[in-house]
Design a protein around this ligand. Sequence first.
Ligand code: ADP
Ligand code: ASP
Ligand code: MG
Length: 821
Amino acid sequence: MKILKFGGSSVAQPERIEQIVKILKDYYSQGEKFTVVFSAFGGVTDSLIAMSQAAEKGHEEEYLQLFEFFSQRHISTVKALLNESMQKMVLPELLENHQTLKNLLKGIFLVREASRRTMDYVLSFGERNSAYIITHVLQQHGINAHYLDARKVIKTDKNFGSAKVDFKLTYANIKDYYNNNPGVQVVTGFISSAKGGLTTTLGRGGSDYTASLLAAGMDATLIEIWTDVDGVLTADPRKVKKAFTIPSLSFAEAMEMSHFGAKVIYPPTLLPALEKNIALVIKNTFNPDHPGTHISNDIESGNQLIKGISSIGEIALLTLQGSGMFGVPGVSGKLFGALAQGNINVVLITQGSSEHSISFAIKPKDAKRAKKLIDKAFEYEIKSTIIDPVIVEEELSVVAIIGENMRYQPGIAGRLFQALGKNGINCVAIAQGSSELNVSVVINKADETKALVALHEAFFLSDTRVLHIFMVGVGLIGSTLLEQVQKQAKYLVEKQSIEIKVAGLSNSRKMLFNESGIDLGNWKKILMESEESDKAHLPTFIQKMKDMNLSNSIFVDNTASEQVSTFYENILESSISISTPNKIATSSSYLQYERLKTIAKKRGVRFLYETNVGAGLPVITTLNDLINSGDRILKIEGVLSGSLSFIFNSFNDGVNFSKIVREAKDRGFTEPDPRVDLNGIDVRRKLIILARETGLKIDAEDVVIENILPPACQEAESVPDFFEAIEAADDLFEQRRAEAAAQGQVLRMIARLENGEAKINLQAVDNSHPFYSLSGSDNMIVFTTERYKERPLVIRGPGAGAEVTAAGLFAEIITIGNFLN
Ligand code: ADP
Ligand code: ASP
Ligand code: MG
């Protein structure tokens, strides 16, 4: 004999019931012996609760409306699935049953009270209706089906709402009933009765339990739980999109999963099955060919480190602490005795080895009562101040990793905490069962989904990492980056197992969010057409990014905005990494620079800005690599500005300096006002950043800049005035150039860091110097170090441009991704 159970969603619509009929006809024709348990149609139990509550509150119209809907739903199912003669048989009884429910609700309405006892009776209408209707559907299809109201056989105490089963009596009843009633029994899930016949229920989700009680009562060979997912998945699929089916679980593992929140199996279900060693299979009604999950005692342990991840969304953590606990036996006995007395279930317990405190997690609804009970139990100790009154922390969740293989594997907890830590998730308490079947961590409720996703990635998908990008600024660099990411996406997934999802995007007008990743082939249109309410607003963008709380989040700032940089601190504090070509934060005050780096370190995230110097050229990375590998930096010299590089590289015999400056401006190589470049302000920023990376605590005023422009150029009020003034200075520049040329030298604007001093000046260099051969608008950085003394290390290449800057950012995003995992 097999017991099959179909859940609420499997019978939510007539078409779904037809699907089940197909499955059962198959079994029947193959000569299988089976019993079927049904839940109420999906949503019906909730609506029965809602209608009783409405009646209790005196909301007549509301409860009647809900009742009407209930009645119509069942009648229309009958009409959809049964032929006329069957309908004639079923409908009168059904209507009578509905009338009873209506009277009952009226009673609740009149006395304004729905006791737990009455509620259980009300709830029984859900399962009774569904099983009754489906019995007749099966009969119509030629199956010898009989309706069995489980209240006849499943006997419980009078703990209404979540009754305790009298196993002995129940099993005896089941045996007896089955001995006398051949044929396919169609059984109401969830409901039971107390001695004397009052209706009770087995707790929400209890139809699974009904199935295992029946199985244990008649020593069935197998229990099949048919639901709406492909078995027990590695995590709750509503929270972790990439969760997948666990092929097999031991009873102990399945129990841990269900106790820690995997709704797919109602926790008490497993015990009767385990005691009688009856295997369970969890299968999908909507995908019957999928093998689902097999639960039994003889499963292969496999080589997965863990089997699944579960969470309990809402718990309260209570802590009892005080000097009076140390070395005193009986404290925990008294503590848990008090909880037992209040019938309060404890989810998790942890005690520090100092024995100074005990923390335990319970359902939030019990927190107040638990505190009262414990404070009362320790009244004397609290009065004598050797124990403090219980501390209650709420808004917490528990996440647990589960699996028998943990027992044999070191390093599991390390991986767990690393994944949480890198995502900025704080562990409030930790517990590991001595069976080593689960490690549970109490975290803030707000981090629950993020923790599940991060752990799922760390344990199951360590090969595929998802990076969530939040980007502000989609100008030339930003849009080029998006294009590069889109083009490379397939390669990254296939070869590097990295999936980049752009979860947030903003320009100065609009912003856009999508947790599953914005379509990069179409982002411009989507951004433009996004709602008026999605007007760009930086603080809102950042708040939303934090609220989305996605794992591996990276903020990419492609602006040159000071406002954006003021948010870095806040972003890093939220454990979100930053990658940016924006130089403002790194080159403003040293204190600010240091602070940001410290926060990033403290939060375990990255703050990277390789593109601040030399765009895509690996300047900062190389410098850090040299330092980290023990080299000593003696000197850094650089032509760090593309515009200045172009100007001086083109300044040859017979060309006017002013003409080159004009050409540079016309070709877009300079700022709109070329003085910004010529005055060395931009180069100074870059030099400051390099100096700071070497460990120098340097600020802007510490950099000596040679002023190469004569006063008239500096003082010119407009750009045209400036050009006039610089034409007048052509001779001056030509003189310098000619003097150098006479010595076989050329002029270069060089930033230099040596002996702790930072300087930017126009220098003449001969052909022995790397800068001599510079051409075009290339940047060049020369590191002279202890190791690279004779022949310095040179980095040369284009130091500006959207394509190379975007590529630098792209590489940096991948670097951050690799660090985070
Ligand atoms: P039924 O109505 O069939 O009893 P339930 O809603 O009680 O179905 O349980 C199935 C649901 O449990 C799934 O749809 C899924 O959303 C949820 N669930 C939570 N955790 C898990 C998990 N680890 N594996 C599978 N399903 C899970
Ligand atoms: N119908 C009940 C509920 O919704 C029992 C079940 O579905 O298992 O809780
Ligand atoms: Mg269920």
